[in-house]
Design a protein around this ligand. Structure first.
Ligand SMILES: NCCCNCCCCCS
Ligand SMILES: [Zn+2]
Length: 665
């Protein structure tokens, strides 16, 4: 199954026909530059093009009122003066004789995307549409939006396919109030939105956009608002919110479908957002969602008003949906104070609804609670004159060249090579120099020839991964700790390399290289480790080791991923210790998530008895989405305690572990 791309140039055939400073940024070129960038980069050809269709009245009435639909139906026949008149009843939006047609195509495009994914024809996809949708409400247009494309798609998915739970992730920089209003009392649709807020000083100036608005009645807890009270948010701020709010809750919710309000005005250079996150961040945001709902992710374009930034961000998103490895996360220096305050407020507002963040610290009484400054009308739209975002410059996102070989394996005699994988056996005898080095360093009995063969094949694999000829690898070895030593020593030799070693299960892990930071070891086990506590050796002791999915996932999402992203390794060595107790589904989730690091260069080591795990491991390394874990129960208190105390101890060294602002002196 491939990636769907839904686009039709008819949606470029409407524009602003009069002077209105608030609306002049919403231009047809937004769609053309996005589509042309996909064509230019060769990404469009790798997608399956799915035609748009017009949403029917019934589709639109899933969200909007008849009165509103009837009113919009009259707009194609209005004169210019009548269109201006009609527009006045709404805010920050404009009408055009052809916008009703385009609005039906935009909503219809989202429905075509949902159909292609929920019928299993496509794995995931993106719809490039305008007008956007997330601001439009039951009976009102708003913020360039006429019909709420994503809200209609969520209702449609539930009605037509019986989908039980839908996650909507709105990474646009504006609050999709239309989506919030549509689902605020609905526990089957979890709406997550971050948005520029500045304590209600920013558009649409709504009190109900703040973090303490969590949903109503049965929907309480299923509406998550993350207000950005300052501009200039960066990659670290966005990732921290994913690690410490969205992902733990999303895994607990366990959606059957993920819809993304994919607005790119949250990217650098945008005149509306005035944020500083770079286009490659959308590759990571997309990647981090792709192991939810069995990979059923539908991204629908919302905002994005800097044409350069928009085009690059769209390409980053689509290339990730296609399964290409994501670029390395560039210099993450931790979330800013304002972002930490928002993070803290959101987690404390939601801790009562979600066991994965139950332990979140409570709101300190005063300073960072909601500061709603009663603004005099005239100040509402006053925005201090900042440097215009249009002048921002940023580096081109790094080229993401897929390796010639996606996954290679080193297997003992008699173990079949999984399909789509390349089997590496060192045909030639290892050169005597290496052989001797192995003998003295690693081999117990010197003439253990097949150990020698395995190790030299392992090195060959690691070398070809370093050269990006191979993306990921899997090796079955007899002696795990010897293999770890071998890989670490080989990889650490190259100066710029850092290896993240992730061990699941009990057992002695060589701590070589953890003193100088060339290696970061994170070990999940059930045994308290007496190892010396150092910054680069992190034992995570879980009561049931890796057997309890929710405890393990909480540690992966809230601890391992932030550490891994901040460490930014060139290789991830993932070791499955004997009898780790890890079930295949969790193992596949772990492999899927870790491929966001090191450009997907994950090298898996397993004991040669784990033949049954070769297939599932290879499938995840090849980029197949991991199956859903199902709704997660509360993690054990001991596990929560273990992760929290680790986070508390480590956050001085690892800033992405922070979830609250440092105590103000
Ligand atoms: N600069 C403040 C005016 C905001 N104007 C509406 C923006 C709608 C964005 C839709 S994604
Ligand atoms: Zn927006």
């Amino acid at each position: 199954m491939g990636t769907a791309l839904i686009y039709d140039e008819e949606m470029t055939n409407y524009k602003l026909l009069w002077v209105d400073p608030a609306c002049k940024i919403e231009v047809p070129e937004r769609l053309t530059v996005s589509y042309e960038a996909l064509v230019e980069s060769g990404l469009a050809d790798r997608c399956m093009s799915i035609p748009v269709r017009e949403a029917t009245d019934a589709d639109i009435l899933l969200v909007h009122s008849e009165d509103y639909l009837d009113a919009v139906k009259t707009t194609p026949y209005k004169t210019l003066e009548e269109l201006k008149e009609f527009t006045l009843q709404f805010g920050d939006v404009y009408f055009h004789p052809n916008i009703y047609h385009c609005a039906k195509l935009a909503a219809g495009a989202a429905l075509q995307l949902v159909d292609s994914v929920l019928t299993g024809k496509m794995r995931n996809g993106m719809a490039l549409v305008r007008p956007p949708g997330h601001h439009s409400m039951c009976s009102a247009a708003s913020g360039f939006c006429v019909f709420n494309n994503v809200a209609i798609a969520a209702k449609y998915a539930k009605q037509k396919y019986g989908v039980k739970r839908v996650l909507i992730v709105d990474w646009d920089i504006h609050h999709g109030q239309g989506v919030q209003y549509c689902f605020e009392d609905d526990p089957s649709v979890l709406y997550f939105s971050w948005h520029r807020y500045e304590h209600q000083k920013y558009w649409p100036h709504l009190r109900e956009s703040d973090f303490d608005i969590v949903g109503k009645e049965k929907g309480a807890g299923f509406n998550i608002n993350v207000p950005w009270n300052k501009v200039g948010m960066q990659n670290s701020d966005y990732l921290s919110v994913f690690f410490h709010i969205l992902l733990p809750v999303a895994y607990e919710f366990s959606p059957d479908l993920v819809l993304v309000c994919a607005g790119f005005d949250s990217g650098i250079g945008d005149p509306e957002g005035k944020m500083c996150a770079t286009p490659d961040i959308f590759a990571h945001l997309t990647h981090l969602l792709m192991n939810l709902a069995g990979g059923k992710v539908c991204a629908v374009l919302e905002g994005g008003y800097n044409l350069t930034s928009l085009a690059q961000s769209v390409c980053q998103t689509v290339q990730t949906l296609l399964g290409d490895p994501v670029p390395r996360p560039s210099n993450l220096d931790g979330p800013c104070k304002s972002a930490l305050e928002s993070l803290h407020c959101v987690r404390s507002a939601h801790r009562r609804y979600w066991s994965s963040i139950r332990h979140a610290a409570d709101l300190p009484s005063c300073e960072i609670s909601t500061k709603h400054i009663k603004l005099a009308e005239d100040k509402l739209d006053k925005e201090e004159e900042e440097k215009s975002a249009e002048e921002e410059v940023w580096p081109q996102p790094p080229k993401r060249v897929p390796s010639a070989i996606r996954t290679a394996v080193v297997l003992p005699e008699g173990v079949a090579c999984p399909d789509r994988c390349k089997c590496l056996m060192s045909a030639e005898d290892p050169d005597p120099l290496i052989a001797n080095k192995f003998r003295e360093n690693f081999l117990k009995d010197a003439d253990d020839s097949d150990a020698l063969t395995t190790l030299s094949s392992l090195i060959a694999l690691a070398e070809r991964m370093e050269k990006n000829e191979i993306c990921s690898g899997l090796a079955l070895v007899r002696d795990i700790s010897m293999a770890i030593m071998c890989v670490i020593q080989h990889t650490a030799a190259a100066l710029s390399n850092r290896v993240l070693v992730v061990c699941v299960g009990d057992g002695k892990v060589p701590s070589h290289g953890t003193d100088d930071g060339k290696t970061l070891v994170v070990q999940f086990s059930s045994k308290k480790s007496e190892e010396q506590k150092c910054k680069y050796y992190i034992p995570v002791c879980l009561k049931k080791g890796c057997q309890d999915a929710s405890g393990f996932m909480q540690a992966v999402l809230g601890l391992l991923l932030p550490l891994g992203y901040e460490y930014d390794p060139s290789l991830v060595l993932l070791v499955k210790m004997p009898d780790s107790g890890l079930c295949d589904t969790v193992w596949k989730q772990l492999i899927g998530l870790l491929q966001g690091l090191a450009q997907g260069h994950t090298l898996v080591l397993m004991q040669d008895v784990e033949r049954a795990c070769v297939g599932p491991t290879a499938s995840s390394l090849l980029g197949d989405a991991a199956p859903s874990l199902g709704q997660l129960h509360a993690p054990l208190p001991e596990d929560v305690e273990a992760v929290e105390s680790l986070r508390h101890r480590l956050k001085a060294d690892w800033k992405l572990l922070q979830t609250t602002a440092p105590e103000t002196r």
